[in-house]
Write a protein that binds this ligand. Sequence first.
Ligand SMILES: [Mn+2]
Length: 279
Amino acid sequence: MFSPFLLLRLTESNMLRHTNSDKNRKPLVGIPASVRMLELDMPFHGNGEQYHAAVTDHVGANVFTIPSLDDTGNALELLDHVDGVLLTGSFSNIHPQAYEGTIMAEGQLFDLARDRNSFDIIRESVRRGIPLFGICRGLQEFNVALGGSLHQQLHKVKGRFDHRSDESLPLKQHFLPAHEIEIFPGGILAELGHGHRVMVNTSHTQGVDQLADGLFVEAVSDDGTIEAVSVEAAPGWTLAVQLHPEWYIQETPFYASLFACFRRAVIEYRKRVHGSILI
Ligand SMILES: [Mn+2]
């Protein structure tokens, strides 16, 4: 039987080991969950593997899913442990009630739980300076969380392109290069060194209508659709893009640069807020 003294020493050494491994662990990126009704009509919380792979392989971080529960206080508590947050694309649309709009098209998939969770996480991450990277729905969430509104069907707005991908094609072909974007000077994208015109993929039905106060437009497509934004006065790194850089990262230097930039912000935050890191 262990003496109380030995037990104390074992506990101390366990604590020490835990502290060391915690200091040297990889960064952690939180991904707010999309919610889908799956088996027996139960809500499941998660996101596509493509996003997890992009974070693991190109940010060098571990991923955990932040559940989109009713009480978003739980999610905000989890932010104490992350070094960055990624907001993914999704087949669901933000419910127009979030920007006092009316539903313009029947048959849309909504995800109120994710809306609520993402909006709170965006506002809190911006406030705390946690690196925040939004993709597709993530950009739309940036805009709505901070007070902007959306076009629900861009292709029905006069003068706009159809930014949707062809649903009849196999999934991989949805994310092939489709239109150019114009990158404006003075932002994060301009610093990446890919010039001011870049070809990107497009797979979105919705887009920014009224831009939220405090968002800087990083890039637009030639029809004026906002393709990238950052938060002007944020204390930390923020970027959201309407394209899908999680596809064809190896083959597309611009997409690789986006994740490399997020990676630098995540590592810097990890060092500054959570102590030293060995990666
Ligand atoms: Mn587009």
